[in-house]
Design a protein around this ligand. Structure first.
Ligand SMILES: [Zn+2]
Length: 226
């Protein structure tokens, strides 16, 4: 698995010398669980531009939250208007095809995620919880850019999974046109750190979403951090 060291990328981005290979040190790094990728002239050029604004990390202007990058406890934007607008546009287009979507879960605060995670741990144990629930600060639902979607049928019964509905069948090839990616893809679990979730949409804008869709990339691959 290819992982590029965040610290070095950040230093380079901040010092504005990301094109300069000569400055890069590949001294051993202390972070446990991180694999060091030796930076070369070749892969230096393709590192994302990293910015940290009020504790929120953006790469090439795209907010990133995953098991490695967290959001501050007080980051509390609510579901952003551009996301609501894109959702409305997409589900209206779906309705024209006779499809009925519902938003199952939208914005979640740090504290709500903490509660959810703790409940999961209490019920299923930590190992199981870690597979299905993000740690507080590590859920995309706190970003205001992500939500869970369902069909009216799948959302009202546990007998039908969203993956098997005509709504999902349509959405998987249409979501990018509205700026959404299916964030946690099948077969990419090792990269995203999350099991396949056909229902979890993340807004990244039409251009990035279309590029990821066309090339079959998840966000970490698109940003060249895995
Ligand atoms: Zn979700």
């Amino acid at each position: 698995m290819k992982r590029i060291l965040f610290g070095t990328a950040l230093v380079l981005a901040l010092s504005g010398c990301s094109g300069d290979a000569a400055e890069v040190s590949d001294a051993p790094h202390e972070s446990p669980g991180r694999t060091m990728t030796h930076l070369t002239v070749e892969n230096l050029d393709i590192l994302p531009e990293v910015e940290v604004i009020d504790g929120v990390t953006y790469m090439d202007g795209i907010l990133i939250v995953n098991e490695d990058y967290e959001l501050p406890q007080d980051y509390n934007p609510g579901l952003l208007q551009e996301v609501i607008d894109a959702y409305t546009e997409m589900t209206s287009a779906g309705a024209d095809e006779g499809l009925q979507f519902v938003m199952v879960s939208g914005f979640r605060t740090y504290q709500e995620q903490e509660q959810l995670y703790n409940d999961y741990v209490a019920r299923e144990g930590q190992e199981e919880a870690d597979q299905y629930s993000a740690l507080p600060g590590h859920s995309e639902h706190q970003s205001g850019l992500a939500f869970d979607i369902g069909s009216t049928v799948s959302a009202s019964t546990i007998d039908v999974s969203f993956e098997d509905t005509p709504e999902y069948e349509w959405m998987k090839d249409a979501a990018h046109e509205y700026g959404f990616i299916i964030r946690y893809q099948e077969g990419k679990e090792d990269i995203t750190g999350i099991n396949f979730e056909p229902w979890h949409l993340r807004y990244v804008g039409v251009e990035a979403a279309t590029e990821m869709y066309d090339e079959g990339l998840v966000l970490e691959e698109y940003l060249r951090i895995r």
